[in-house]
Ligand binder design. Structure first.
Ligand SMILES: NC(=O)c1ccc[n+]([C@@H]2O[C@H](COP(=O)([O-])OP(=O)(O)OC[C@H]3O[C@@H](n4cnc5c(N)ncnc54)[C@H](OP(=O)(O)O)[C@@H]3O)[C@@H](O)[C@H]2O)c1
Length: 205
């Protein structure tokens, strides 16, 4: 599932991490099974799946045993596949491509991009309380879907520590799209505004 960045951990540590990763994924799947019937039977879709937020959401959703469908451009499909997500290209015909990727249906949708994805999720038959957008407040107000995310989600120290542990173990990859010096902050924002970053942009003091 998780791609370990080169030089992130020594081979022995990596073997250990992969072993515990397999055990944890099995455990997560058992938990998912207890929570909601057959794990992975229906798809969970997400827009902006290779972006700063989506790239983490894809990996965390997969850890619960879900079948993850990641909406992204072709250049990010290999990365999504390497994290066991099913890549689907956005653009015209997207609804049919998602239905083909998830013949049993889609039971949850995370929108990190906006621009009509809440309506797409509704058209796919996803229940309003299973749709979360962090990018389209107007659609959330109109359709009554969730806007959980960011500081409002109140992750707390325990969850942040768990995420840091997963990263340190090489079980959660944080892709770095680019690193800028603080003096280059305009360029950093210009790249962000193009909305094709794969992962996070880092500003260095
Ligand atoms: N990044 C953070 O740490 C952070 C924190 C809090 C809130 N937010 C908010 O969360 C939202 C997401 O931010 P983000 O940093 O993840 O990235 P973003 O810039 O919103 O999205 C980047 C991703 O969107 C994909 N994308 C481009 N056009 C698309 C389309 N038409 N349909 C679906 N996907 C498309 C791109 O994939 P391709 O390159 O493959 O086209 C790229 O991987 C933003 O509204 C942001 O303000 C971000």
């Amino acid at each position: 599932m998780a791609h370990t960045p080169a030089g992130f951990s020594k081979p022995k540590e990596r073997d250990h991490a992969q072993g515990s990763q397999v055990r944890r994924v099995r455990r997560d799947r058992r938990v998912a099974g207890r929570r909601g019937g057959t794990p992975g039977a229906r798809g969970r879709a997400g827009s902006g799946a290779a972006g700063g937020v989506g790239s983490l959401a894809v990996q965390l959703a997969h850890r619960t045993g879900a079948t993850v469908i990641g909406l992204a451009g072709e250049s990010n499909h290999a990365w999504l596949k390497s994290h066991d997500a099913i890549p689907v290209a956005y653009g015209e015909g997207i609804a049919d491509r998602i239905r083909a990727a998830a013949p049993s249906g889609v039971d949850a949708f995370i929108d990190t991009f906006g621009d009509g994805y809440v309506e797409l999720a509704l058209a796919l038959g996803v229940a309003t309380d299973r749709i979360d957008t962090i990018a389209d407040v107007a659609a959330a107000e109109k359709h009554g879907v969730k806007t959980d995310g960011g500081v409002a989600a109140e992750p707390g120290a325990e969850v942040l520590a768990e995420l840091a542990g997963l990263i340190a173990d090489g079980q959660l990859e944080v892709p770095i799209a680019n690193v800028y010096r603080l003096a280059q902050v305009r360029e950093a924002y210009a790249e962000l505004e193009r909305r094709h970053t794969h992962g996070k942009i880092v500003l260095r003091p």
